[in-house]
Design a protein around this ligand. Structure first.
Ligand code: GAL
Length: 417
C-alpha cells in the first residue's frame, strides 16, 4: 500500500510546486427527468458507476414525466450559453440540436468500442450526426403496453388480458359494473398522446401509424381509420376516474398497484415503478401488449452538449463509455423496466415482460411493424408533436366529435410542418 495515502499527496504537492495544474478529473452535469421511484433508482445506477470510475456527478433533475419541462429548461440553459454536459434527449431532438451546432461528438469512444457492431442500425442512425455519434442510447422502451392488477381483474370476472379494443371495452364495462375504475390515467398531454398512439397502432396497424404519425400524410390523418381511433379514445375517456386531470403517471401506476384501478396503458417505465415498490411481475401485476400488431419504440439516450474544459470533455467520454458497457446496460435496464439498447446483452436475469418485449421487437423488425413513438419524441419534430398533444388533450377534455378532431388535427399539423 504505497500509493494512495502517502505518495499521491506528495505528487500532487510537487505538481503544484512546479506550477503544474491539477489533473483534470472527469466531471458531468446531467440534466434528466427521472424523478419517479423507478426512474430515480435507474439513474442512480448511472451516477454510481460514474462515481466508482472516479468521476464527479452533478445532478440536475427536472421533474415532469415525458420530459417536457426538462426540454424547456434545456432550451433556457443553451440560450444562456451554459449548457449541461450531458442531457437525456432523444429522437429527432438530437438532430435538431446537432444542426444548431450545439453538440460535441464522442466518436473516438464509439470507434474504440465499435458501437456500430452492437447497436441496431436504426437506433445507431438516431444517435449520429454527420456520421459521428453525438449521443449514446441506454435502453429500448416499449410504449404499447397494458399493465393490470390480476386480483382486480379476477374480482370482475375478467379471465384474460384484452387482445382487441372491443375486448378491452367489454372488460372495462364489466369493471364499471363492478364499481371499479377500469383505467388509471393521468390527464397530462403526453399521457393522453401515449394512449392515443397505442390506439392508432391497434386500430390502424403499423403502416397506417407510419403514414399518419410519422409521414403526416393528410389522407391518413383525415381518414375513417383516424376517426375510428378517436372514437376509441372517446370511449376510454369514460373509463377514467373523476380525478384523472393533471395526475402524474407514476401515481396512476400506484392506483393499479393498490387495486384502485384495473389497467394502466403506459410504456414499460411503469414496470420500473412496480419493481421499485417491490411488486412481482406475473403475480402482483401483469403485462400485455396493447391490442394490435407492432411495437411502438422509445429509446432513451444521453446527448453530449458543447462544453469546454478538459474535466467536462473527459466526463463526456467516460459517461459515453459507461452507458454503452454491457454491465451497465444490464443493471440500468433491470431497474428502468426497459431492455438494453445493445443487442449482445443476455436477458436471463430479466423478467417475462422484458423477454416478451425483446421477442416482439425482433418480430416487429422482421414484419416491418416497428414504429417510432410520436408521444415520446421519436417520430416528428417538437413543433408537430406539440400540435398532436394539444389536439388530443383538447379532444379528451371536451365533447369534440371525432370528425372535428381529425380535421383540426390535420390542419394543425399542416401549419406546423
Ligand atoms: C419517457 C422516457 C422514459 C420515462 C417516461 C416518463 O419519455 O423515455 O424513460 O421516464 O418518459 O417520465
Amino acid at each position: 500500500m504505497f500509493h494512495g495515502n502517502r505518495i499521491l499527496p506528495l505528487v500532487a504537492v510537487a505538481g503544484l510546486a512546479l506550477g503544474g495544474a491539477a489533473r483534470a478529473e472527469p466531471t458531468v452535469e446531467v440534466l434528466h427527468w427521472w424523478t419517479s421511484g423507478g426512474e430515480a433508482k435507474a439513474v442512480g445506477e448511472l451516477k454510481n458507476s460514474f462515481e466508482a470510475a472516479g468521476g464527479t456527478w452533478i445532478d440536475s433533475p427536472i421533474a415532469g414525466g415525458g420530459g417536457d419541462a426538462a426540454m424547456t429548461a434545456l432550451r433556457a440553459r443553451v440560450v444562456a450559453g451554459n449548457p449541461p454536459t450531458a442531457v437525456q434527449l432523444k429522437g429527432p431532438g438530437i438532430q435538431e440540436w446537432a444542426e444548431q451546432g450545439a453538440l460535441n461528438d464522442v466518436q473516438d469512444v464509439a470507434t474504440a468500442e465499435d458501437w456500430d457492431a452492437v447497436l441496431p442500425p436504426a437506433l445507431a442512425a438516431i444517435m449520429k450526426y454527420n456520421g459521428n455519434y453525438v449521443a449514446a442510447p441506454v435502453n429500448i422502451h416499449r410504449v404499447d403496453w397494458i399493465w393490470a392488477n390480476p386480483e382486480v381483474l379476477a374480482k370482475a370476472g375478467i379471465e384474460a388480458m384484452p387482445t382487441t379494443w372491443d375486448e378491452f371495452n367489454a372488460a372495462a364495462d364489466k369493471l364499471m359494473a363492478a364499481g371499479i375504475t377500469p383505467l388509471a390515467h393521468g390527464g397530462q398531454p403526453w399521457q393522453d398522446a401515449t394512449i392515443f398512439e397505442d390506439v392508432v397502432l391497434g386500430v390502424g396497424g403499423a403502416d397506417f401509424f407510419r403514414k399518419a404519425l410519422v409521414e403526416l400524410d393528410n389522407d391518413a390523418l383525415t381518414s375513417d381509420t383516424m376517426v375510428a381511433a378517436f372514437d376509441q379514445l372517446r370511449k376510454m375517456r369514460g373509463y377514467v376516474d373523476p380525478n384523472f386531470s393533471g395526475r402524474d403517471w407514476n401515481l396512476a401506476t400506484g392506483m393499479v398497484m393498490r387495486g384502485e384501478a384495473a389497467f394502466q396503458i403506459m410504456g414499460d417505465w411503469a414496470k420500473g415503478e412496480f419493481l421499485a415498490a417491490g411488486k412481482v411481475p406475473g403475480k402482483d401485476f401483469i403485462c400485455a401488449p396493447t391490442p394490435g400488431q407492432g411495437f411502438v419504440l422509445n429509446s432513451d439516450s444521453f446527448t453530449f452538449f458543447k462544453v469546454k474544459g478538459d474535466d467536462n470533455i473527459k466526463g463526456q467520454k467516460l459517461l459515453a463509455s459507461l452507458i454503452m458497457s454491457p454491465e451497465f446496460q444490464k443493471t440500468f435496464n433491470l431497474a428502468k423496466g426497459s431492455i438494453p439498447a445493445r443487442t449482445d446483452v443476455a436477458l436471463d436475469a430479466f423478467d417475462d415482460c422484458a423477454k416478451l418485449s425483446h421477442a416482439d421487437l425482433l418480430k416487429a423488425i422482421e414484419a416491418d411493424t416497428l414504429v417510432p413513438s410520436m408521444a415520446h419524441e421519436m417520430a416528428v419534430s417538437r413543433s408537430v408533436r406539440g400540435e398532436f398533444l394539444d389536439l388530443v388533450t383538447e379532444f379528451f377534455n371536451s365533447d369534440m366529435s371525432s370528425q372535428d378532431a381529425v380535421q383540426q388535427l390535420a390542419d394543425a399539423v399542416k401549419r406546423a410542418m
